[in-house]
Design a protein around this ligand. Sequence first.
Ligand code: G1P
Length: 901
Amino acid sequence: MLNNSTKGKIVFTDNNGSFKIGKPEDTSYLYFPIASEAGLKSSLTPNLGGDSMVDQETFILEPTSVENLHNNKNTRNFWLYMEDGKVWSASGSSAEQESQKFTMDQDESAVEAGFMWHKATRASNCYDIGAEILSFVPVNENVEIMSVTIRNTGSEEKLITPIAAVPLYGRSADNLRDHRNVTSMLHRIATTEEGVLVKPTMSFDEKGHRPNNKTYFVIGHREDGTKPESFFPTVETFVGEGGSFFKPRSVYRQEEGLRAGEKMAGLEAVGGLKFSKIKLAPDESVTFNILIGVTEDEKEIEKLSKKYAYKSEVEKEFQTTKEYWQKKVNVSFYTGDKNFDEFMAWVAFQPFLRRVYGCSFLPYHDYGRGGRGWRDLWQDCLSLLFMEPDNVRQMIVANFGGVRMDGTNATIIGEGLGNFIADRNGIARVWMDHAFWPFRTLLLYINQTGDYSILKAKVPYFKDSIVRRGTVVDKKYEVVDNKQHTEDDSVYLGSIIEHLLVENLCAFYEVGQHNVLKLRGADWNDALDMASTNGESSAFSYAYAGNLLELANLIFAVSKEDGIDEIHIATELKRLLDLDSYDSVEEKTNRLAEYCRSCEGNIKGTQASIPVNVLVEKLRGMSSWMTNHLNKQEWLEGNKGEGWFNSYYDDSCRRVERFSDSDEETRMMLTGQVFAIMGNVATDEQIHKIVQAADHYLYKEAIGGYRLNTDFREVKYDLGRMFGFAYGEKENGAVFSHMSVMYANALYGRGFAKEGFKSLNALFATAMNFNVSHMYPGIPEYFDSKGRGKYPYLTGAASWYLLTMITEVFGVKGEAGNLVIAPALLKEQFDEEGKARINLTFAEKKFDIVYTNPSKLQFGEYKIKEASLNNNKLAVENNRIIIPRKVVEEQAAHEVLVVLG
Ligand code: G1P
C-alpha cells in the first residue's frame, strides 16, 4: 500500500532535488521532462501521457500540447489481465480507473522524480495489485526506458497476463494537421521477436517527399530476458472495432495477437507487446523493461535489445543516468530552508533542460520547431559560466559571428557552434534588444575569468541579403558563405571590441520621434510586435545607456591591463563616433543611414585607429547624454512618494505609461523600471519611488510577486499582441519570472537587497506552494492571475535566478578574474544558528563558502568581521573580500569561512 501523506504536497527525499508527491493525477497540466544528450526528449504526465521526440520531424509518440494531457487516451500503457477477468492499467489509464477517479475506489498513487528520471507508483485496493513504473533515457542513447514492476499486494496467488501498449506515431509533428491519415499509409510495420517496428516509406509534406530512413520501435523483455509472446502492432488489432485506448478489445477479450515476423502496411501503429501469463505469489513482484525509441540503423535496435534485456542492466544504467545529471549541477545552496535549497537545485538544473529542449518540445511549448533564438543563445551562456565553463569562451567567440555589420544579427541559428543561417523568406524581424545581451554575457565572462584577451579575438560578421538593419533586401547579393567580405573579396575579421561597438553604436543611433531607441519588431517582450513604425522602447534605451557606460569602462580597463592606447576599427565605423551633438533625431537617423549604406555590399577592409581615451570619452558622453535625456523625459511622478519610468511609445507615437488619480487608469510596466535601475538611469532616490509604485500597482504576493504590467483594459493594436492576451496571461500582466528576477537582480546590483529579496522570495514561495502553482519544483516562465505556474522548465528566468543568487545574494562573483565575496543575505536566509552556505566552482576550483551570522543581524546591520581561506586569515576591505586568482589557482578546493557581525 502506498502512503498518500504526500498528497498535494511536494516532499523532498534527498539533497539533490529529488521529490515525491501523492495523487499527482488529481492535478491537471503536470508533466515532467526526461531526455538524453543524444537527442531524445520526452515528457511524462503522472499517468504517462506526454510525448517523445528527437526533433520536429521525428516524433516517436504523438505530439501533445497541454490540452492533450487530459484529452488523449493513447498514452504509454501497461495492462494487466487477471485470471478472474479483471483488467487494470499500471499507469492508471483505463476506462474503469477513470470512472473510479475521485471515489473511494481510486488507486493510491504517487510520483517520485529527480533530474531526468520519473517513477510513477500506484496501488489498487480493489484488486490488491501495485505497480511502479520507472522512466528514464540513458545519457547517450535515443531510447526511453519504461521499467514496469508489478507486485501482488494481496494475500492470494495471482495469475496475470501483462500487455505493454505504446502507440507509435512515427513521423513529423506537422503531420498532426497535415495529412495525418495519408501519412499513416506510409507506415510499414513489422513484428520481431522482441517488439514492433515502424518504418515509414517516406517523410511527406507539401515541401516535398523524401525517402525516410528512420525506424521507430517499441520492444521489451521480462526481467529474466524472456521475450513477448505475441503482438498487437496496429490500432486496429489493439483497440479493436469500437474499442478505445481506455478499453482496448484485445486486452478485455484476451485476444491472441500476432506472432513475430508479421508485416503490415498503411495503418496507425501500436507497440502492443503481450507477455506470457505469469504467477505472482503474495508480495512477489516481476519487472518488464519496455524500450521506446527511434534509430536510423536497425542494428541499433538489436544492440539495445540485448543490452537491456535484463533487469540488472537497466538498474545499472539508471544509476549511471541519475549520477550523470546530478553531477552536472555543481552549485548548491544552504539557507536552512530545505524547500528553498532544493528548489534551487531545480533552478540550477533548468538551464540544462533549456540546452536540451531549446524553447520547444514540452507540452506548453507547442509553438517551437526546435532551436534557440539569439537572446537564448547569450543568456544560456550565463549559467553555463558557472556550471560548464570549459566551452564558454569558444561559444561566445562563435556567437559574435552572428552579428551583421549594421549591428543587427542572424535570427536563425543552426546546429553546432557559430552556425547562423540566412532567412530566405524576405525581410527578417529585428528585435531591438538583441544587441544588448552579448555585452552582458561577455562582461560576466571577463569578470569571472579575467580573460581580457577575448576582446581582441578576431571574428567575422554575418552577411546575408538583408541590409540596412532589416529594412531592405539586397536582391543583387549572392550568398557565398554568409560572411561579410571586403572589396578585395576576403572575409573581413574584426575584434570582439569592434563587434560590441557595432552593436551598441548602431542601437544608439536608431531613434524615433522622442529621441528614444526604436522598438522595431519588439524588444525583450516578444509580444510588443505591433509598433514597428513609430514605437520606441524607453525600457531598452535605459539598458543601452548602461551598456555604453560599462563598455567604456571595460575598454578603459583592458587598455590599462594590456598597456594599449589605440583601438582598430573598420574605417566605416568611425562615422558613428564623430557626431558632436545627439539632440537631433534627424542627424542621428541620417548618420546611421549613411553608415548602413557604407557596409551594404563589401566593405573597404581598411581599419582606422582610435586613441583609447578618445573612444572611452565618446562612449561615456553618449551614455551620459542618453541618461540625462531619458531621465528628464521619461520620469513619471506619482502620488505619495511614488514614481517610475515610462517604458514605451506606441505606434501612434503616444507615451504608453501614465499616472492617474484613479488606480484603474494608471498604467505602469515593470520592464522600464528594471532597466532604468540596471542601466543606472534611475538615481537611488528614484529607486525608492519606483519600489513604492511597483509595490502599489504591480505586486501581488499570492500569485508570485511583481506583475509585468497593470491592466490596460484596452486591446492596443498599436503596440502588440500582448494586449490581445487575457490580463494575467504571459506577457500581459502575468508575473513573468524572467522580468521579476531581473528586477531583483537590478535592485541587488544597486544595493537594494531587501527589495530584491522580496521579488525572488515571492517567486519561490508561489512556485513551491503546490496548491496554488500546481507545478513540480522549479521556476516557471510565468504565474497566471491565479498563481498557476505555466510553461515550466524552459525559461531564461532560471539562468537569471541562479546568477542572482550566486553573484548578488551570496555575493560571490568574479571581478577581473579575482574572486570577490560580499554577501547581501537577509537575516531570514540564515538557519537557526545563523549559518548559510554555498558550494560552487570558480576558476575550476571547488569552493565551500560558509557565512556565520551568530547575532542574526539584518543585511545593512552586519559587516564582514573576519574571514579565512583554508584556515588562513583573509583581508577584508570595504566590507568585501578579494581572493586573487593566483591564490584561487593554488589549490583544488577551498574552504572559506566568513563571520558576519
Ligand atoms: C520568453 C522567451 C524570451 C522572451 C520572453 C518575453 O521568455 O524565451 O526570449 O524574451 O519570453 O517575451 P523566457 O521564459 O524564456 O525567459
